[in-house]
Ligand binder design. Structure first.
Ligand code: PAF
Length: 286
């Protein structure tokens, strides 16, 4: 597996693979790779002949008080994991390579609708940063497919909308969340947790699972269910940011009539913000 750092080298390597008749896949990441990322690469490897991964900690998607400076950078370990997963090419550009005119004069891509609530409400500008960098990566690589984790459920919805609205001929693959044995969704940010916080962290998923069980059993008083689950999270030691039951496609608050749901949450343990979600198809439970 080759690692390249410039758009020029990236385009040359992809052009060669294309000339050999290969289908191209892209797995965009911010590095510090774990089994969740490896699953994305493996899924892409099953479907196309040439898989490009990118590692870029994108400053445009971080708010002023967020963890851009402390975000873990572990390139050598990441390269090993990508190689093992069957990745063909790593693109690891600098900030200057991605934003040669500077971030602030960069054209922004803004996806309306699905970007608005949940993480979009708590992290203003975050999804513009994501949509912009993903659009740039899509134009640089011009992949046939790109893989993203379902753990970032809203991000996946933003990217599906982006591709649809801007007529990009790219198949978007949503890959199921990989969890630790105790249920905690794998995330680079789990590395920030102290041992005590790590012991508390799985209760976020437990809480979502309990909500799903209640809904499957017929509970439709969503505001009350949410209020009680927030109380449970707070008791466990979390500071809930949001906890919502949404329509899975629009991400608008669900009503009792909706059948495809996502229960989505973000909550702080100390200064670490964890997110998780669980989808629910009520048609299936009849
Ligand atoms: O999910 C991520 O790691 C990032 O948001 C992404 C999609 C690589 C864009 O920077």
């Amino acid at each position: 597996m080759n690692t390249v750092t410039t758009v020029r080298e990236l385009r040359a390597a992809v052009a060669q693979a294309r000339a050999e008749g290969k289908g191209i896949g892209l797995v965009p990441t911010m590095g510090n790779l774990h089994a969740g990322h490896v699953a994305l690469v493996e899924k892409a490897v099953q479907r196309v002949d040439f898989v490009v991964a990118s590692i870029f900690v994108n400053p445009l998607q971080f708010g002023p008080n967020e963890d851009l400076a402390s975000y873990p950078r572990t390139l050598a370990a990441d390269q090993e994991k990508l190689l093992e997963a069957g990745c063909d090419l790593l693109f690891a550009p600098s900030v200057e390579e991605m934003y040669p005119q500077g971030m602030h004069s960069q054209t922004l891509v803004s996806v309306s609708g699905v970007s608005a609530g949940l993480c979009g409400a708590s992290r203003p500008g975050h999804f513009d940063g994501v949509a912009t960098v993903v659009t740039k990566l899509f134009h640089m690589v011009q992949p046939d497919l790109a893989a993203f984790g379902q753990k970032d459920f809203q991000q996946l919805a933003v990217i599906r909308t982006l591709v649809r609205d801007l007529n990009m001929p790219i198949q978007i693959l949503g890959v199921p969340t990989v969890r630790a044995e105790d249920g905690l969704a794998l995330s680079s940010r789990n590395g920030y947790l102290s041992a005590e916080q790590r012991a508390v962290a799985p209760s976020l998923y437990r809480c979502l699972s309990q909500m799903a069980t209640s809904i499957k059993a017929g509970e439709r008083a969503y505001p009350q269910l949410i209020a009680s689950a927030k109380g449970t999270l707070a008791q466990a030691g979390f500071r809930p940011d949001y906890l919502e039951i949404c329509q899975a496609d629009s991400l608008r608050p669900a009503t009792a009539e909706d059948r495809q749901l996502v229960i989505a949450a973000a909550a702080f343990l100390g200064t670490t913000r964890l997110i998780d979600n669980l989808t629910l198809d009520l048609e299936e439970t009849h």
